[in-house]
Write a protein that binds this ligand. Structure first.
Ligand SMILES: C[S@@+](CC[C@H](N)C(=O)[O-])C[C@H]1O[C@@H](n2cnc3c(N)ncnc32)[C@H](O)[C@@H]1O
Length: 203
């Protein structure tokens, strides 16, 4: 029987598979973040579905980053993040319910949004409750309709909620949630691999 995403990722954290994700995602994430931060002088940052917190630790080394926060529903992931980093903030919460104390300039997320039954609800929640006016949401995903190689992941991973959506549908969700300047592109295309789909927009 398939398991809920957070349950599966807690098992991954226990067996060290979070490090594999970190390595696999780093090159796409680095490109996403250099795009998202290029015009920012000072910014506050949240990683939605931060796993072991590696992106929070990376970005907090940048002198323009004034605060970095990670949120994840897996206690095992958050415990690892806190063990590795006592400076930045980490919260073990369901993204769909959590609201930050202070709105931020940049929300980033890698390989998380399709683990929600109603991803548009999450996008709208982040738009309305996490971001300042003029702030950016940037999301990267490898599991999507055009990337055929990813289609067997629900079977391979045994995760119960994985919404397979097209690039256009994701863009529409951003636009319908109130985001402006919605843009998408792919990073790291190769044979039999469409690359990481990046979607971004400004509140
Ligand atoms: C594929 S992992 C990606 C982790 C991290 N972004 C990275 O690149 O290493 C997906 C993460 O989303 C988290 N997640 C899934 N559903 C969630 C939810 N409803 N609330 C909070 N976190 C969730 C999982 O616990 C997991 O750590």
């Amino acid at each position: 029987m398939k398991k809920l995403p957070v349950k599966v990722f807690s098992e991954w954290a226990k067996t060290g598979k979070d490090i594999g994700m970190q390595k696999g995602h780093k090159s796409s994430v680095d490109k996403m973040l250099s795009y998202a931060t290029k015009d920012l002088k000072q910014y506050s940052f949240i990683d939605a579905g931060c796993g072991n917190g590696w992106v929070v630790r990376d970005i907090s080394n940048s002198k323009e980053c004034i605060s970095a926060t990670g949120v994840d529903g897996s206690l095992e992931m958050i415990n690892k993040a806190k063990y590795l980093d006592s400076v930045n903030s980490y919260f073990c919460e369901d993204l769909i319910k959590w609201i930050p104390k202070n709105k931020v300039n940049l929300v980033h997320s890698m390989e998380v949004f399709y683990y929600f039954k109603n991803p548009m609800k999450l996008i709208k929640h982040i738009h309305d409750n996490w971001l300042k006016k003029g702030a950016r949401l940037i999301v990267g995903m490898d599991f999507y309709e055009e990337n055929k190689t990813s289609h067997n992941w629900p079977e391979k991973t045994g995760v119960s909620i994985m919404e397979l959506l097209s690039e256009n549908t994701w863009k529409k969700y951003f636009e319908n949630s109130g985001f402006k300047n919605v843009n998408s592109w792919k990073i790291g295309e190769k044979e039999n691999w469409e690359g990481t789909l990046v979607i971004t927009g400004i509140k």
